[in-house]
Design a protein around this ligand. Structure first.
Ligand SMILES: [Zn+2]
Length: 346
């Protein structure tokens, strides 16, 4: 049995978390009312057309978040993106995210913002970023949770779109943007395309992450590490198929950001029995537990720790080690890491 009190008491950091996937149903309903526009004649598709301006009810959002497949997940993600319009919207969702993190005893988070999607939708980033920063500052003041931004690009949009996102990250480097990442379709946007962009980000002092090995094979993880220089890998499920690669991850202490509920809900992993988490821990690969898109996957960080303990039999000491890993693998300065680890006696 998982010891919930112990899990709640663990001080944690979260390193793989998408802002847009943290929008809870109540907030989505609120955003929907904020941008009240008439329902078009063709509304109400599956479960409604996310492109429509329909004002969502509690019932709609419940239905929306109970999707059964990857298409349903994309519809939910679209519906949220469509309702994120003003700087105030971004301020609201950031503040609410920090409030929820505080409830999970999270003291530090590194949060992906889908800047690639903001560009694609033709939105102006600068005012949105001001909203993000207002939310971050208010959250830090009210809940004591520190937050750094990671600008996330969409790999299947190609190198130019990725370059634009990374240039924005460089522009905001001194305003809590600590790193960059790529997500999306690994097969339609292979790592080989982005070597120049990653080198540019690194030269400009940014830290490097990449989603890899979620829906493509171990070669995708190897390319993210060796060609892009990724310091942390999101998901990394398929790395288990290549023992040499695993050895390299151990030697170079490259962290895999594990997202159990996400892997189940997107179907990337059929069940937890076949999930490589335990194997990675036993092999000495640094791993952290994360929620990815917590509201869309119906999870929170304490639940991820609970799942890990129930499904893989981790001891309390091992869970505490995973919590320590979440600080060690963060992009905080060594001084700040030590300070947090000591302050909370983690
Ligand atoms: Zn992710």
């Amino acid at each position: 049995m998982a010891d919930l009190d112990f899990i709640r008491s663990l001080t944690k950091a979260e390193l793989h978390l998408h802002l847009e996937g943290s929008v809870d149903p109540q907030t989505l309903v609120k955003l929907s009312h904020r941008h009240n526009v008439p329902l078009p004649a063709n509304g109400n598709n599956y479960p409604f057309d996310p492109e429509s301006g329909k004002v969502l009810t509690d019932e709609d959002v419940r239905e929306l978040y109970q999707y059964k497949d990857f298409i349903g997940f994309l519809m939910a993600f679209k519906a949220v993106s469509q309702r994120l319009r003003t700087p105030e919207d971004y301020e609201l969702i950031t503040y609410r995210l920090i409030q929820k993190l505080a409830n999970q005893n999270v003291k530090h988070a590194e949060v992906y913002v889908s800047v690639g999607v903001i560009h694609w939708r033709g939105q102006e980033l600068d005012p949105i970023f001001e909203g993000l920063e207002r939310g971050r500052k208010r959250g830090l003041k009210d809940f004591g949770v520190s937050l750094l931004w990671i600008f996330d690009a969409v790999r299947h949009f190609g190198p130019e779109a990725v370059q634009r996102v990374f240039e924005d990250a460089v522009r905001y480097r001194d305003r809590n943007v600590v790193g960059v990442g790529i997500g999306g379709d690994e097969v339609r946007g292979p790592a080989e395309w982005f070597q120049r962009q990653y080198a540019y980000a690194k030269e400009n002092g940014l830290r490097l992450t990449a989603h890899a090995g979620e829906s493509a094979g171990p070669e995708s993880v190897a390319a993210a590490v060796n060609l892009l220089g990724a310091e942390r890998i999101g998901h990394g499920l398929t790395a288990i198929a290549d023992p040499k690669l695993l050895q390299e991850l151990v030697e170079r202490q490259i962290t895999i950001e594990i997202c159990l509920s996400s892997n189940l809900r997107t179907g990337c992993c059929a069940n937890l029995e076949s999930h490589p988490l335990r194997h990675y821990v036993d092999a000495g690969v640094p791993v952290t537990l994360n929620t990815d898109d917590p509201e869309m996957f119906g999870t929170n960080l304490n639940h991820e720790y609970e799942l890990a303990q129930q499904s893989f039999g981790f001891s309390d000491q091992q869970l505490a080690e995973l919590a320590r890993n979440s600080f060690r693998a963060s992009f905080l300065s060594n001084y700040e890491k030590e300070r947090l680890l000591n302050t909370w006696a983690i």
